[in-house]
Each structure stands twice: as structure tokens, then as C-alpha cells.
Design a protein around this ligand. Sequence first.
Ligand code: KIV
Length: 252
Amino acid sequence: MNAQELFDGFRRPSPRPLSMVTAYDSTFAAIVAQAGVDVILVGDSLANTMLGMGKTAQVGMKEMLHHLVAVRRGAPAACVLVDLPFGADSTPEAAVANSRLLMEAGADGVKLEGCFPDRVRAIRAAGIVVVGHLGLLPQTATSFKQTGRTEEDRERILREAKTMEEAGCAALVLEHVPSDLGKLVTESIAIPTVGIGAGPGCGGQVLVLHDLLGLSARQPPFAPARVNLREIVLGALRGYHADVSSRAFPAA
Ligand code: KIV
């Protein structure tokens, strides 16, 4: 099944919500795929999770390609979506050229932040599946507070969602908006909304893998960890260090 068919299967009324999780390397991509998660996202959040950068806008095409190739190696049969990094879609022509590079490196579709229908139309015309991303936009945000609280913002986000659907998006990520707005947008368009901090009314959910596993330095309020992997890994490494130091490891 190609990515367009996959997302079309989650159009309203969908039999169940879609699940999406980020991955950035082959090991975790293989585990995410084995878990049956519908879509792997090679997010530009790799700036924070993998590269120790402060902002997602600091990663470029070179890093996205490098991590995308690793994810594809680990999950050869998965549906892999990849972010167009900041600046890579600054014009429709650049968006198409960079989307082609990402598709050649193994992506099934690309995601772009913001309301840019001309870029979406150009990518679609090149035969590439494209997913939008509205609400909080980490590439350009100056604050990471919830957005869409004022009447003006609510109307703008709803209008942008309809515009992005009309332009040809296969799905729409909605980040950190009030639950009732997430539900309203979801019920106002046919393509699936994929929420992150946008409430249970969305057509699917996406989480950053490091948040889900308890590896993030700062845990967003809307992304509770399901395991404290940081503590587990720390325990294993402390034990290893102690055993090497005391000659308990290795055994004879
Ligand atoms: O880069 C990313 O991980 C994302 C998710 C927050 C949706 O865009």
C-alpha cells in the first residue's frame, strides 16, 4: 500500500485513529515498525532528540537525508514520512526539488510546516504525497505555548486547514491546540488530522519517540512517557561501570 492509500484509509469516517511516532535511526525504526505503528515520521525534531541542537530550524537536508536512510534500512516495509527541514521548502521549486531528494532516499511522503498551498500543489503535481502541519510550528515559533486560543487564531487555523486540504494534503498534523479546536478542525475536513497535544478528537495521534520513552530532557505536558527509559539505561550503565571497576565483569 502506498502512503496516499494509507492516509486515504483514515479519511472520515475512519474505522480507527491512525498512529504515528518519530524515529531517527535503524534500531528504533525496526522496533516501531514491529510494534505495528501505522506511520514512522523522521521529524526535524531530530535536531533536539539526536543532535543536541536547540531548535528544529537548525537541521538541514544533509541531516534529514542521513537519518532517513538509516530509518529506511531498519524498517524497509514501513510507511516513512519525513519533514522538509526549515528553508528546504522556501519556494515551490525548492520544495519539489528537496522532496524528490527525500523520496529518492527512501521516503514515502513529506511533511511541511505552515499554510503554504502553492508548495503543497507543486509537490502533489510532482506525484509526491504531502502532509501539512498547523497549530504550533516549531520551525518558526518564538513561544512553545498552546496556540489557537483566541477567536482570531481559531478561525485562522480552521481556514488554513481547509486551504491545505484543498491544495492536496493527504493528512494534517495539528500541534498543541485546544482539544475542542482539534475536534472542530477534524470534523471540518475529510483528510485525517494527526494530533500532538490537540486532544482525542483528532483522526490520529503522533508523538516524539523520546517523549514516549521517557528520554527527553523536557517532557511536554501533552506527551506522557510510557516508560522511564532514561532511568533504566542509567541503571544498566551504572551497573556496568561498577562491575568493571570492581573486576566483577567479565567473568573468567
Ligand atoms: O519533528 C517532529 O517530530 C514533528 C512532530 C512534533 C509532529 O513534526
